[in-house]
Design a binder for this molecule. Structure first.
Ligand code: AMP
Length: 237
């Protein structure tokens, strides 16, 4: 049986656990996790003018323009691996981006998104971000709390790094930017397929809740969740 496409949007402040849940949902649902932050970090490595501009905007904790990020997302969603849907981590971040996404999904014949908004207290976020480390090779995210014994990636042994924008000044700026934009974005999605998620709980508990929520409200989603639960059980998650 071919499972119906599903599009999931993960909203929430930096450090809310969106990346971790995106990876877990991607494995369970067999659809790509698309992190716009990750795509921009790759673009920033290039020596082109756009690469340099992106690099300086990200380092300051500001958002890149809607026009640029919409173009990046439109290109990515047209790739073949998104035919079954995708998980969007870090996009949309503004109402114009959300409007653009609605039009894009419609044009590509993809369904209405399911929106999970992660709620985590700000003190916890700052604490988490100061301990967050990332594998520069495979992109996996670790917390020094959980993996205190190792500063190497548990998948490929690469030395873990702290993201340039996880420094205290950029973190403060990113949280300010988030707070200035999130109310409008939540207002945009609140009356749709929208779920508020307590992001302070262990990752595996949150994943189970998200997969459970995908069961509702349509039979098509039930098929997706059944498929995902079977995949997770198989993977021993
Ligand atoms: P993230 O990894 O999601 O925290 O994103 C890192 C940085 O990439 C952000 O602080 C922004 O500078 C930029 N960025 C990521 N996604 C977007 C977006 N949807 N709109 C504008 N800027 C973005």
């Amino acid at each position: 049986m071919r499972k119906p496409p599903t599009v999931i949007i993960l909203l929430g402040p930096p450090g809310a656990g969106k990346g971790t849940q995106a990876a877990r949902l991607s494995a369970a649902l067999n659809i790509p996790a698309i992190s716009t932050g990750e795509m921009l970090r790759q673009a920033a490595k290039s020596k082109s003018e756009t690469g340099k501009l992106v690099q300086s905007i990200m380092a300051s904790g500001q958002l890149v323009s809607d026009e640029l990020i919409n173009r990046v997302v439109a290109d990515r969603l047209q790739q073949g691996d998104c035919q079954g849907g995708c998980i969007l981590d870090g996009y949309p971040r503004t109402v114009p981006q959300a409007r653009f996404l609605d039009t894009l999904l419609n044009r590509l014949g993809l369904p209405e998104p399911v929106v999970f908004n992660f709620d985590v207290a700000l003190e916890k976020i700052v604490h988490r971000l100061s301990r967050r480390r990332q594998c520069p090779k495979c992109g996996a995210i670790f917390s020094l709390n959980r993996n205190a014994e190792s500063l190497r990636c548990e998948y490929d042994e690469t030395l873990l790094l702290q993201r340039a924008d996880d420094n205290p000044v950029a973190v403060r700026r990113r949280l300010e930017v988030y707070q200035a934009t999130f109310a409008d974005l939540v207002g945009f999605y609140r009356t749709r397929n929208y779920h508020q998620i307590d992001g302070a709980r262990p990752p595996e508990v949150i994943s189970q809740e998200l997969l459970g929520l995908l069961v509702r409200p349509t039979p098509a989603r039930a098929a997706v969740a059944t498929y995902a639960a079977a995949a997770m059980a198989h993977a021993g998650a």
